[in-house]
Write a protein that binds this ligand. Structure first.
Ligand code: PHE
Ligand code: ZN
Length: 884
């Protein structure tokens, strides 16, 4: 039996720190093979805690010296075991001096201090600071930092840390130094340093209060032609936070640094944000519209953390959504405001809904389901999830839906008034919202404590003599691990009623005119709302704007859905009606394909559906971006979620059939829209142009789902002639999907042209990994390509994870070869980088939903990984929970 079973940590066990840290002085002698860290801390006993032991964390570092108030500690004075350094007994006020050594060049985990392309970077969230020095590495310990960096000047000309540069100069032996001071107290997870050979784009920017701030974007030499958009996004973000929330940049200098080796998207270190290159570097030649959007959103997200995360931080990691849910909500609203138009806003909302359905709902229904504020974890890195982030953002959004934009702002103001420079809990945010708006939000707490996606069912009945419409809302929530029973949620349900002409009726509830959309508050398991003065049979538009993260069920007829799809004034529900029409076809055809042994010979798509698609495709009153969203079918993964004992091949066949049928039957309209939505002239990533490109490219993709000489020639011409990556990549994708021999040549041309651009090479791998023509053997062959390495997270994700997560047909090959590959790669990656391995491990989350023959093989693969003697806590937690 294993004795080193990983420990579960519980939220209920929270204890305040025994000592608080006031100041931290760090000295680094940076050397890839042996970095010496001198750490001088002033600590103060925490009267709120009791106890005289000082508890420090430390991992993969070697303790060299330890002095307390000037005296070297003897071995009997402290215990060093299990990554903990405990000093048994200390006075009230302590100066602790600690010297330790780490080896950055051997750090493949990308947590702590590491080397990437010869440069030093740090990553400390969540628990990486303890890999740099001994410290009470927990977010409720906030201190002021002074940092001295020393390194070889030729190899590391740029030395950066948090806050302000106080002093710099030369040392002996070709070394130099820089001294940085952060004026704000911060938790250790926000510490950062960079020592590197980099160049920057910089400018001064006038803040609302008249101060000038220095803004910098640091990248490797050769990438300065790709920093404009990140800089512009940063300036927009600063302005937006000033205008929307009255929140100003509190530093004289704000830096963004890009590294190609990064586990996540980016990190909000105080004044020194470190980014995955994917979310910094862009120009039209190498980046797509989606890449530009991602950069704008992530730059904003990290910038917004300066207030929601840094100035007010988390008491403990169970509160992660306090900063992440709120900051995602803020970046979502920023993105919508940047587009500015109503449909533009709606399209961003549709994107969010799709992400939730595709990723968060499955998580919430699977073995890793957890509340927005988890009660326990083994490895905190496993809880940077779509639930904490995206569902957390939905929970924040519901406050705004309940109280309006102004009410939400009042809550935000009160939150900062109460908690600036504190480490607090999700409950504190909820209390600020409640108090600022004079509302009782006790029941609303269940959104934080109960996991699982609530199911909201509605039943509507029109009374033709009383002229009333009675809407019955019924909620329930399925059990999740550790939570067999759920209590009712407080759900804001935005509702509209359409008349026969498709117009909104005026809503009168309890004699109050509620306008065209009423936000009903469902708090019980079942509740009834009566609309009066309803003179004709309406069609209900329920959950407008996706007002709550729930699964909505209602007995829609095709006629209702067609009515909503043509007329709903709420664009999200208009889109939603189309998705429901599509989903019912996908499920029906997938069932038929499976019944016919996946031969697919005689599938049929009804004229009603084709006609609905035709109408939306050619409706010039609708934004191209909206039309593209309306034409995009639910993904194979989303369809699979609706089927018990799913056969992924049947789903693929059904979806491909519908795509090809649309391509063939709407050929003329698709060609016309292709022509009508060309964007001649210089490329611009703005939403209107991007929307046109999106519509044009989905037309191209449908045409090539039923390829003929003309559609292939169209794709080939676009591939050859386009001047931007959006159109190049879309054309290449169309060629690959149409399975024509031209695809192989185009892939070669593409690689030759972009082999010097790492982020484009990632795209090249990814497009192949996700193509249904790429089987396991082909993926293995791609892994032998000289450009492939498992050590770079972006590259590993672009091939290995893309195959396991975005190529369902091949991943679920009946012979189990995909699963064997998965097990092998999880094990190989785990030895290098547990965080990346653990994300890949989650590809098996939903194994119990597949057809029995597949399930058996998936289980065997999971058991094979679980049976490994040497496994990180990260991966062990995921596979153990999957098998439980
Ligand atoms: N806090 C980062 C963000 O939300 C994400 C992150 C987590 C990055 C952990 C690195 C490590 O933007
Ligand atoms: Zn974040």
């Amino acid at each position: 039996m294993r004795t080193d079973t990983p420990q579960t940590i519980y939220r209920k066990d929270y204890n305040p720190p025994t000592y608080l840290v006031d100041t931290v002085e760090l000295g680094f002698d940076l050397d890839p093979a042996r970095t010496v860290v001198a750490n001088r801390l002033t600590l103060r006993r925490n009267p709120a805690a009791g106890g005289r032991a000082i508890e420090l964390h430390g991992e993969e570092i070697e303790l060299v010296a330890l002095r307390l108030n000037g005296k070297t500690l003897a071995g009997a004075d402290y215990t060093l075991a299990d990554n903990r350094l405990v000093i048994h007994e200390a006075p009230d006020d302590v100066v602790l001096e600690i010297e330790s050594v780490c080896v950055p060049e051997q750090n493949t985990t990308l947590s702590g201090l590491y080397v990437s392309n010869g440069n030093f970077f740090t990553q400390c969230e969540a628990e990486g600071f303890r890999r740099i020095t001994y410290f009470p590495d927990r977010p409720d310990v906030m201190a002021k930092y002074t940092v001295m960096l020393r390194a070889d000047k030729a190899r590391y000309p740029v030395l950066l840390s948090n806050g302000n540069l106080i002093q710099e100069g030369d040392l002996d032996d070709g070394r130099h130094y820089a001294l940085w001071e952060d004026p704000f107290k911060k938790p250790s997870y926000l510490f950062a340093l960079v020592a590197a050979k980099l160049v920057c784009q910089e400018e001064t920017f006038r803040l609302a209060d008249g101060r000038d701030a220095l803004l910098q974007v640091w990248v490797e030499d050769g990438n300065l032609d790709k920093t404009d958009y990140a800089m512009q996004s940063l300036k927009h973000s600063i302005r937006w936070d000033e205008e929307k929330y009255g929140l100003e940049l509190d530093l004289d200098r704000f830096m963004i640094v890009a590294t190609s080796d990064f586990n996540m998207g980016a990190m909000e270190n105080k004044g020194l944000n470190i980014f995955n290159t994917k979310f910094v570097l862009a120009n039209p030649r190498v980046a797509t519209d989606v890449d530009f959007q991602g950069i704008e959103a992530v730059v904003a997200h990290e910038y917004f953390h300066n207030w929601t995360g840094n100035r007010v931080t988390c008491r403990d990691w169970f509160q992660l959504s306090l900063k992440e849910g709120l900051t995602v909500f803020r970046d979502q609203e920023f993105t919508a405001d940047m587009i500015g138009t109503d449909t533009g806003r709606a399209v961003t909302r549709i994107d969010q809904v799709r992400t939730l359905r595709q990723h968060q709902f499955p998580e919430d229904a699977g073995p890793m389901a957890h509340p927005v504020r988890p009660d326990s974890f083994v490895e905190i890195n496993n809880f940077y999830t779509v639930t904490v982030y995206e569902k957390g953002a939905e929970v924040v959004r519901m406050y705004q839906t309940l109280f309006g934009v102004d009410g939400f702002r009042k809550g935000m103001d009160l939150y900062f008034e109460r908690h600036d420079e504190q480490a607090v809990e999700c409950d504190d945010f909820r209390r600020a919202m409640a108090d600022a708006n004079g509302r009782d939000l006790t029941q609303f707490e269940r959104w934080y404590s109960q996991a699982g996606t609530p199911v909201l069912r509605f039943e509507g009945r029109w009374d033709e003599t009383a002229h009333t419409y009675t809407l019955k809302l019924i909620q329930s929530c399925p059990p999740t691990p550790g939570q067999p029973q759920k209590l009712p949620f407080h759900i804001p349900v935005a509702v509209g009623l359409l008349d026969a002409a498709g117009n909104d009726m005026r809503l009168v509830v309890d004699s109050v005119d509620r306008g065209a959309t009423a936000v009903l508050e469902l708090t019980q398991a079942e509740q009834t709302f009566v609309f009066t003065d309803v003179k004709e049979q309406p069609v209900a538009s329920v959950l407008r704007g996706f007002s709550a993260p729930v699964v909505l069920q209602g007995s829609y007829t095709d006629a209702d859905l067609l009515h909503l799809f043509s007329h709903d004034s709420d664009p999200v529900n208009r889109w939603e009606a189309g998705q429901r029409l599509a989903m019912s076809r996908l499920l029906k055809l997938a069932g038929e394909a499976a019944a016919k042994g996946n031969s697919g010979a005689s599938l049929n798509l009804d004229e009603t559906f084709i006609e609905a698609m035709r109408k939306v495709l050619v409706d010039e009153t609708l934004d191209p971006a909206f039309r593209e969203q309306a034409l995009l079918l639910p993904s194979e993964g989303m369809v699979a979620e609706q089927i018990d004992g799913v056969d992924p091949l049947a789903v693929h066949i059904a979806r491909q059939f519908i795509r090809a049928d649309i391509g063939a039957r709407l050929r003329g309209e698709l060609l016309a829209q292709y022509e009508a939505n060309l964007t001649p002239g210089a490329y611009s990533p703005d939403a209107a142009s991007a929307g046109k490109r999106a519509l044009k490219n989905i037309a191209l993709s449908y045409l090539n789902a039923a390829p003929d000489d003309e559609s292939v020639a169209l794709a080939q011409r676009q591939f050859d002639e386009a001047d931007n990556m959006t159109d190049r990549a879309a054309a290449l994708g169309a060629l690959i999907a149409s399975r024509v021999p031209e695809a192989a040549d185009a892939l070669d041309v593409f690689y030759q042209e972009f082999q010097g651009e790492a982020l484009v090479v990632d795209k090249w791998f990814m497009m192949q990994a996700a193509a249904p023509t790429t089987d396991v053997a082909a993926v293995r062959a791609l892994m032998r390509h000289p450009a492939f390495t498992l050590r770079n997270p972006n590259r590993a994700r672009s091939l290995v994870a893309a195959f396991c997560m975005n190529n369902p047909v091949q991943f679920h090959a009946p012979d189990g070869s995909g699963y064997a590959f998965w097990a092998e790669q999880v094990i190989a990656l785990d030895a290098l980088n547990p965080q990346v391995a653990s994300r890949l491990a989650r590809a098996m989350d939903r194994w119990r939903r597949y057809a029995p023959a597949l399930q058996e093989q998936m289980k065997a693969a999971l058991q094979r990984v679980a049976g490994q003697g040497k496994l990180s806590n990260d991966v062990r937690e995921v596979v153990t929970k999957a098998l439980a």
